[in-house]
Design a protein around this ligand. Structure first.
Ligand code: IMP
Length: 186
């Protein structure tokens, strides 16, 4: 998809992270994870929906036997601000007991979603729980939460593309861009 497409009209002209940089970073994260999870019982969990593109690319850069599972939680309504409360919309299909869980998220903002999920999976008996996030917005943090693998640290702007949405739109943009404020101020 080229950047003159209609989909790009709602994001700032200068892309925050172009697709080539994303691919390069995902490759490096995959290499690190491969090193760290030798001889472990790895289950990679995609936090739906935002992480699906990152997840699909990341697992193909992890050179180890692994299984996958999916979970959906939300702390966001349709706005650009955290509602401050986490709701499980879809739970994992399999038990996490004795497994090394790698939660894959699109972005950590307030940190509430991942903090909640981590506590929940720990109680269910996972051997270890780590977090891989493509983006990290440290300025938005409301709870103490650090991801173990971070793709990019970004400023406190609302971003879309490469899986990230605004009102379920823009997920299919291959790059990451800042949403023009007029879109959510309308
Ligand atoms: P947290 O619980 O506040 O850390 O929320 C993380 C979730 O908020 C992410 O999984 C996204 O769904 C959403 N989110 C936070 N910031 C952005 C953004 O800039 N663009 C799109 N979604 C975002």
């Amino acid at each position: 998809m080229d950047t003159t497409s209609k989909l790009y009209q709602d994001i700032e002209n200068e892309l925050l992270i172009p697709r080539e940089k994303i691919a390069e970073r995902v490759r490096t994260l995959g290499e690190q994870i491969t090193q760290d999870y030798q001889d472990r019982n790895l289950v990679v969990v995609s936090i739906l929906n935002g992480s699906v593109l990152f997840f699909a690319d990341l697992i193909r850069e992890i050179d180890l036997p692994l299984t996958i599972d999916f979970m959906q939680a939300s702390s966001y309504g349709d706005s650009t601000r955290s509602s401050g409360f986490v709701h499980i919309k879809k739970d994992l299909d399999r038990s996490v007991e004795g497994k090394d869980i790698l939660l894959v998220e699109d972005i950590v903002d307030s940190g509430r979603t991942l903090s909640y999920l981590k506590t929940m999976l720990k109680k269910r008996g996972a051997s270890s729980i780590r977090i891989a996030t493509l983006l990290d917005k440290p300025e938005g943090r409301q709870v103490d939460m650090e991801a173990d693998y971070v793709g990019f640290i970004i400023p406190n702007a609302f971003v879309v593309g490469y899986g990230l949405d605004y009102s379920e739109r823009y997920r299919n943009i291959p790059d990451i861009g800042i949403l023009r404020p007029r879109v959510y101020q309308e």
